[in-house]
Design a protein around this ligand. Sequence first.
Ligand code: HEM
Length: 460
Amino acid sequence: MKLQTRAMNLSARFVPIQWQVRAAHLAQQALERVGLAPQTPKFSEHPLPDVSSLAIEDVDVSNPFLWRQGLWDAYFRRLRNEKPVHFQQNSAFGPFWSVTRFSDILFVDKRHDLFSAEPIITLGDQPAGLAIETFIAMDPPKHDRQRQAVQGVVAPKNLRELEGLIRQRTQDVLDQLPVDEPIDWVNDVSIELTARMLATLLDFPYDQRRKLVYWSDLAAASPETTGGDVGRDEFFPAVADVARSFSMLWREKEALRDSGEKPGFDVISMMVNNEDTKDLIHRPMEFLGNLALLIVGGNDTTRNSMTGGVLALHKFPKEFDKLKANPALIPNMVSEIIRWQTPLAYMRRVAKKDVELNGEKIRKGDKVVMWYASGNRDERAIDKPDQFIIDRKGARNHLSFGFGVHRCMGNRLAEMQLRILWEEVLARFDQIEVLDEPEYVQSNFVRGYTRMMVKLTKKN
Ligand code: HEM
């Protein structure tokens, strides 16, 4: 365990976590002033070269503008065809292997005995000064215990109870949308709906739900981890704010537990009442890490699938006609949207031993990146993978939720949210016209949108 983590755990009983985060920030600033802190990388956008002009060893898919510039498709196709397990020596995130074919990705994801999820699942390392720990980046058995503590929140029984609430909130959001005039689908629908859902899952004050979105966006956008554009001076105060808000919520749930009240079905109550996590608040780095995971896990991903679905139907208008003629296709379409969008481009692992994969020798300690976004376009596993086909056979057989012990905990919840959204959209609107090219997030990890203007036409 890192020295900083041990020190924070020891003082957690006496010093509120937000103060500790503040102290870590001050220490970091002091180190920066005397030139002892690692430099934060800065990414500025330039047009990327055509992949066919590059030597294969120079292909670098970690560039955070690849997706925004619409080039990811050609870059990954070349890797899949020529060098499916590819080594990049000189990226801004250090050397790493890219695994780009469907079957190889499955292999890596399932073999946690060979590939570790620790210490982090993004290409780059954690921002200096704050070594947050989270169960998506832990190996069994610790991972299994912590996942077990919270997975009840997305158990089928809980989902059935949540369904009515999600539907009512979806109806509410859609009923307020103006028709026949430009609106931003990202802000007005995708963000609003996922913020409402997240506030429900965490039992977070409903009127402050947009804070969850802000924190989630920050957590996923540091330059060190994903090539994003959030500076340390914005990052640390936000983490302190998360710590303060959730410590308060945690203490409230503890008080309810101690007074003998029946626990609620929200994630915080579950953690407070579980043997393995009830003292999480005394382990600040894990406390923050697991909250960050739940906030980010349930936010960016579903949100960008909500936008991606509209974009996909716009690019493949015949599929929209098919959908209107047969709304029973919605559940299948939801899986197809999640494949087509692949909201998280990859997960990273570290080799625990020397491993040979598709003829390449990966050495113990090497970073290995499973590019789900590429595997989901692999023609060896998926028929016509670039097409969006809402009645595709075997549509659930995609990589977007990962596989193995870390397979997405919220996959059924995400599918339910998207199914309800489309059921309610079809009940109200005849057309969703995408007015401009959407704006894209700067990241090599999140395949997301910051804005997409659309015009709705009411159903007669
Ligand atoms: C893990 C994707 C929605 C919570 C993951 C992983 C992926 C993923 C790729 C890692 C899988 C691996 O390493 O093998 C997605 C996508 C979503 C989505 C594409 C929506 C379309 C959600 C939601 C929640 C959530 C709504 C909220 C509960 C989690 C958690 C983990 C996880 C807690 C960690 C699981 C573990 O390490 O055991 N997700 N996710 N996700 N997701 Fe999701």
